[in-house]
Design a protein around this ligand. Sequence first.
Ligand SMILES: [Zn+2]
Ligand SMILES: [Zn+2]
Length: 382
Amino acid sequence: MRQNRPIWVIVWRKAALERVKFGFAESSVERAPNSYKLLGGLEMKAVVLEAYHHPFAIREVEIGDPQPREVTVAVKAVGLCLTDVHIHEGKIPTVKLPLIPGHEFAGVIAKTGSEVKGLRPGDRVVVNIDVTCGSCDHCLRGETNRCSNLIRIGFERNGGMAEYVNVPAANLEPIAPNVSFEKAAILPDAVATTYRAMKTIGEVGPGTKVAILGIGGLGMQGIRIGKLLGAYVACTSRNDEKLEMARDLGADQVINTKRDRFLDVVGKTIGSFDVVIDNIGTPQSVSDAVKACRNGGRVVEVGYVEPVLEAPFYDVVIKEKQILGSRASTRSEFREVVSLVNAGKLDPHIGELIPIDRVNQALQDLKSGKFLTRGVLVLPFS
Ligand SMILES: [Zn+2]
Ligand SMILES: [Zn+2]
């Protein structure tokens, strides 16, 4: 506990109090019954988004004890995602400010709620993003990523860019001692999202010819996942450094789309693909993905830029090519990913490790495309 509170902490708390009174906490309590209390309890440092487009503030705030079925996680590492840029720019309508962002993170349990069993302070854990209702049609079918009452940690409730975060105990998976917090941090999104897109939606398996369009935080994981599943993996980028990294990760074919037209190269070399994973989501990438796909093949759309775009419709109907959306991962896919990593079968690929105090610079670097792969913010705060 910190003793002497600087004046700005008090001012922020007063503002927080007013939000509690005038809407923020009320609506968040309604939407997320287990969300943070801003008042009472443990004092901590946190990255707070207080206004869209403005730099994140690093504040001292308080969190309450975990609810009976929650645990308090002491965060050690948190992945930085392009969606954090979208949140920062106010593009996610369900986000309400102030918000502590951070939707993929790992740490150790600091405290457990009164009804939590089988978890203890000191346990190393990674946290699933989706807080699901467990009772809607989708949840009952195990399609937890489609839950009708979905609340996401780091979106609709506070996330992991903080010393501590309260999360439902049901969202935790233990991580093995040989897996670093930095690598574990990116499992909930970068790795699990790609795993679902490739294995479940793309049905990638032994001998599948798969192309990954756009290799960044997610695409790089896709190379290792594709090789683990026994596929032939090609990937595209406009950046030679990224393509070199892709080769090192095991890509069978790399194509620089700044120099070569993707469809020309594909036509001259491997022919068509069984599956194309499109991490870009522009009219050009969707068109390329559909064209590069064999008759009856699958295009899996992971990235998106615009709400509506054109696609080569004849290919879809006459050649039976499927365009499929893939979002995040189900609880069971997440568990599968964690166990593959715990068993040493899948190695998450991380890039720069950035002290969390430099979160604003890191966000700018992410925006300007400086990161070749997933960057991870590391705690403690200075
Ligand atoms: Zn994300
Ligand atoms: Zn549900």
